[in-house]
Design a protein around this ligand. Structure first.
Ligand code: 5GP
Ligand code: MN
Length: 340
């Protein structure tokens, strides 16, 4: 496709719909590193809607889906990709602000696909597609793909509804974060109407711990530290301290975030000589800007980056950047009044 199109509106324009209009075609649904439920749920939902119209669809990315998301309908078709086979009419990336987060698969995708469609809600999206639909007011990319399917007149089957509902559920912290809007609940209501089961999704997400998980969670929580002024809390995990599986299935950064006085929470986890950092804010500090200082990104209240180890040094520099951001931020509003 020549001449990239960028759309920032809430509803998908014709430019966004056009690549999906034909009744037959081939699509690649391409995920980024460590895919979460917003990525997987949206790729699966859109892919399933295309399959129902006779398309052939390939799903995959640089990493396999986490075991905790094995309940997403159709996720078994999402494969770890090393090389791309064949050609595609359309390649779709969802929830992926930076194409380098495909670990190089984007380069092969550019050669293999006629049109790249980039659908996202991250403010730092690089607009790397032939068609870019970026709506930062969406709580999850799941809201956007729902609107896309409605605009295409695609039937919302229970599997599609479950995939999109889970995307919304996880990106909003179970409808608790400040990114939640009336639109989020309208979308969720429509998805439940279409067959998504909230109790099933909640049980799969939060009540499937292994027998040892609570003991490991206790080990992790014992390591949470809170600064003297109470404004920063962090959890630094040396590699091997907690099993990878437990870290993957627990949103550990939410625990330091849950301390009343905390304005910025950090999780730093060491693996393979690198440190993966998760940052969470409560509205008065833009944590995406902190992550960006280390080559990362995200949203104003939830961001991340990966930096070189060792863990103690990474913790020192990240906390330094957090303190600098807090020093520059206006006084915190009383608890409960923060807005994303
Ligand atoms: P999490 O802390 O849950 O891994 O990520 C929170 C948010 O930060 C997500 O929106 C994610 O896209 C973004 N994020 C996390 N890690 C990175 C990273 O290494 N680079 C970039 N650009 N964004 C990240
Ligand atoms: Mn998302």
């Amino acid at each position: 496709m020549t001449g990239a199109v960028t759309v920032t509106a809430t509803m998908p324009s014709e430019a966004v719909l056009a690549p999906f209009r034909s009744t037959r075609g081939s699509a690649l649904m391409l995920g980024h590193v460590h895919p979460d439920a917003d990525v997987l749920g949206t790729l699966l939902a859109l892919g399933q809607a295309l399959q129902a119209r006779g398309w052939s669809v390939t799903y995959g990315g640089p990493h396999p889906p986490p075991a905790a998301l094995a309940f997403l309908p159709g996720v078994e078709r999402y494969q770890r990709l090393q090389a791309l086979d064949g050609r595609f009419d359309v390649a779709v990336l969802t929830d992926c602000p930076n194409p380098q987060r495909t670990e190089g698969l984007i380069d092969q995708t550019r050669r293999a696909a006629a049109t790249i469609v980039n659908i996202d809600h991250h403010p730092d999206n690089r607009r790397y597609g032939d068609v870019n639909w970026i709506d930062v007011s969406a709580a999850a990319t799941g809201e956007l793909v729902y609107e896309l399917l409605v605009a295409l007149g695609a039937p919302l089957t229970p599997p599609i509804a479950t995939n999109l509902f889970t995307a919304l559920h996880t990106d909003t912290g179970s409808f608790r974060y400040s990114n939640v809007t009336p639109r989020t609940f309208r979308t969720a209501a429509a998805l439940v109407q279409a067959g998504a089961d909230p109790a099933f999704v909640s049980e799969r997400l939060y009540e499937r711990r292994g027998p040892d998980a609570l003991r490991w969670l206790g080990e992790a929580l014992a390591r949470v530290e809170v600064s003297d002024d109470g404004r920063v809390a962090w959890l630094a995990l040396p590699s091997g301290a907690i099993p990878e599986k437990v870290i993957e299935s627990e949103e550990l950064v939410n625990y330091p975030r849950s301390v009343a006085t905390v304005r910025v929470a950090c999780l730093l986890r060491e693996y393979l000589g690198q440190v993966k950092v998760s940052l969470r804010g409560k509205g008065d500090v833009d944590v995406q800007r902190i992550a960006a200082q280390f080559g990362g990104g995200g949203h104003p209240n939830a961001a991340g980056c990966t930096i070189a180890g060792p863990l103690a040094e990474a913790t020192r520099v990240v906390l330094g950047a957090v303190r600098a951001a807090l020093a520059a931020a206006p006084e915190a509003p009383p608890a409960g009044e923060s807005k994303r």
